[in-house]
Design a protein around this ligand. Structure first.
Ligand code: WT7
Length: 649
């Protein structure tokens, strides 16, 4: 999607805001300057918004060469205490923390107060201890999008265990790989979940995964009440097993640099990386970004539609809102069930004030026209947000004009799993917006654009987006592979963090993210590594070689286009194509389902045998005129046959 960068849409839009916001334009300028000129003083001040058992005195201590990142290193705290206990201790136990809206429209919404949330967490934390989970242990969480998913994460944090949440849409193989990679000895899962009226067999997937890897215990939380198998001595029914667990389980005092969680994400090469975040810096970062960007005020209802299986769910469903004592909606279902008005119906029902979702959802809903939106009262809305991929101005306009009726500002928040929280976004009240531009750097963030050789580009220009200085929420390492962390993020441009994104900076110093410049595909805001899908394809016995590229997709942003060559003697057939697509789903999960599977006699290779992806990308984009120089190909005639075979031209 590159139309978001065209220059003729660079007008600034400033809706009238009736209420005071946390920061005005001049306050932003002042605070941003402070955060850059004296980051330690700025972040020491921000850290005071959290409760510490021992206040940090050392604020930042980082280097990008060699790579070592520490924030608040002598501070001691517990993030669960900050998210829940302290609100209850401050007399806010009756404030609603979560409003659970089930997938089933016949089901009742459930209101959970901070007081109730605290007892639920204490119970689960005590149960984990009873199972033998200790400080520093990795616990894999594979849950539907229900309150208990957040409870499981917070229970781990409470006792100092490191959570690794795996999205419920990942396959048993993908789950097994993630359990193995971090040597997780424990799994917390639901029996099943519901999405759009269909049941998701979570426990059955865990059983399948555990054929490949052993664990000490599986804690099963009943939710969908489907039939499941329980293995004696390994699987524990949460209700039964927790029956004799007491109501006392204090928060473990943790060093700020102790790990909080691992979250797997795709890169351009190899298997998914276990991105590791530590406690104190992450807590401070999500607390500050939530407060300023979503401009949250007590009493408001916030709703982020992300699943806890993604970083957005970690930072802006679980930790950011709760640390700020917010009230929020947790929704198990999907936007198009029972109809395309579901999001808007929930906004009306729970009087949502701040709504945060992904461009892919906005585009899919926009396609259904205005009627489903207008059928529901959205007068409670005052701020809208997007995340996950560039938003095209057309979708932005629809979100702004139709959903928000022209009165709610939009925050287009650019960030990554590795950044822990939002890095670039306008702040409501401080900045006007440009449809398609994320806007301005958050406090403490110094973006830099460089060319492919690493030369710094100044002024209004386009380049590769780097961040020069560390920030508290930055990932600390790749679990178990610090070298890979260094290689992936700090070696392309030495001494800088490289985001993998291309970006334009305009005359007003607004940043426009143009998408990944590496071999990462962004499908509906979810990152997929081409190498991962290729290795899934070649693991099929009939496949010789595979090359995977992204191409523009109207709804998903990018779709997955796979080129495959078969082993000698194998014949192309529709059944085979269906089989290969099913194979990828099975290996990775439904989110990796190829849109196009192009069986070809050969792939375009240079004489040294390197696949020319540039050509494959152009063909997938249906852009045959711009193939560029193909003279270095070992066999240029391959190109004609690829064009001939382009699917759905
Ligand atoms: C990649 C990170 C951040 C949580 C969800 C995705 C793309 C993310 C935006 C945005 C343009 C965006 C980037 C980034 N991206 N937000 N507002 N505008 N692009 O997290 O899976 O780690 O993916 O998503 O390409 O690098 P992730």
């Amino acid at each position: 999607m590159s139309d978001n960068v065209s220059k003729n849409v660079a007008k600034i839009i400033s809706p009238r805001i009736n209420e005071p916001t946390h920061v005005t334009s001049s306050q932003y300028d002042k605070l941003y300057a402070q955060s850059i000129n004296d980051p330690d003083a700025f972040w020491a001040e921000q850290a005071k918004n959290l409760n510490w058992y021992k206040m940090p005195t050392k604020i930042s201590n980082w280097s990008y060469d060699p790579v070592s990142i520490k924030w608040f290193e002598d501070g001691v705290m517990n993030i669960c205490h900050n998210a829940v206990d302290r609100h209850v201790e401050a007399g806010k136990g009756d404030v609603v923390a979560m409003i659970f809206e089930p997938d089933d429209t016949q089901g009742e919404a459930r209101h959970i107060t901070y007081g109730q949330l605290l007892s639920d967490i204490i119970k689960m934390a005590g149960t984990l201890k009873k199972m033998g989970v200790k400080k520093g242990d990795r616990v894999t969480i594979y849950m539907p999008m229900i309150v208990e998913g957040a409870v499981a994460m917070l229970a781990c944090a409470r006792i100092g265990a490191i959570h690794s949440v795996v999205f419920g849409g990942f396959s048993p193989d993908a789950l097994a790989g993630r359990i193995k990679d971090c040597q997780s000895r424990f799994v917390i899962c639901g029996d099943g979940g519901w999405r759009g009226g269909k049941s998701v067999p979570l426990k059955a997937n865990v059983d399948a995964a555990l054929k490949q890897v052993d664990v000490d215990g599986v804690l099963v939380i009943k939710h969908s009440c489907i039939d499941i198998d329980m293995q004696d001595g390994r699987d524990y029914d949460y209700d039964e097993y927790s029956a004799d667990v007491g109501d006392i389980c204090p928060c473990e005092p943790m060093n700020a640099e102790d790990p909080l969680f691992i979250l797997y994400t795709s890169g351009s090469t190899g298997s998914p990386k276990g991105v590791l975040h530590s406690i104190g810096g992450y807590a401070t970062w999500v607390a500050a970004t939530f407060k300023y960007i979503f401009d949250y005020k007590a009493g408001e209802i916030f709703w982020c539609t992300a699943d806890i299986g993604w970083v957005t769910g970690h930072s802006y469903v679980v930790y950011g809102p709760l640390i700020n004592g917010a009230s929020q909606v947790i929704f198990e279902g999907v936007p198009n069930h029972p109809d395309f008005g579901r999001f808007w119906q929930i906004i009306a029902k729970h009087r949502v004030n701040i709504f945060y979702t992904a461009p892919t959802a906005i585009r899919a809903l926009m396609r259904e026209g205005d009627a489903p939106v207008k059928a529901h009262d959205r007068s409670s809305l005052r701020l809208l947000g997007t995340v996950g991929e560039p938003i095209n101005p057309e979708a932005w306009r629809w979100y702004f004009d139709v959903v928000g009726e022209g009165k709610s500002p939009i925050v287009d928040t650019w960030w990554q799993t590795e950044t822990g929280g939002v890095m670039i976004s306008t702040l409501p009240g401080a900045h006007g917006m440009k449809p398609g531009s994320a806007g301005k750097p958050f406090f403490g963030i110094k973006p830099q654009l460089v060319d492919n050789e690493g030369n710094i580009l100044d002024g209004a220009t386009s380049g590769n987006l780097c961040i020069t200085d560390s920030w508290p929420g930055q990932a600390r390492t790749v679990y178990g592979d610090h070298e890979r962390f260094i290689q992936t993020y700090f070696s392309t441009y030495k001494g800088k963090y490289f985001t993998g994104d291309g970006c334009r900076r305009d005359e007003d110093e607004y940043y426009w993210i143009t998408g990944r410049v590496d071999d990462v595909i962004n499908v509906s805001g979810h990152r997929m590594g081409t190498a991962e899908i290729e290795s899934a394809l070649v693991s099929h016995p009939l496949v010789a070689e595979a090359a995977v590229v992204g191409y523009p997709h109207d709804i998903k942003g990018q779709g997955i286009y796979c080129y495959v060559t078969l082993n000698a003697g194998e014949q192309h057939s529709d059944e085979l194509v269906a089989q290969l697509r099913a194979h990828v789903r099975q290996e990775i999960g439904p989110i990796a389902t190829p849109e196009h599977l192009h069986v070809t006699p050969a792939l375009p290779k240079t004489r040294s045998g390197k696949i020319m992806r540039r050509i494959l990308r152009k063909i997938a984009e249906n852009d045959f005129a711009a193939l560029g120089d193909i003279s270095t190909l070992a066999d240029p005639s391959v190109v004609d046959s690829l064009i001939e075979g382009r699917l759905n031209k």
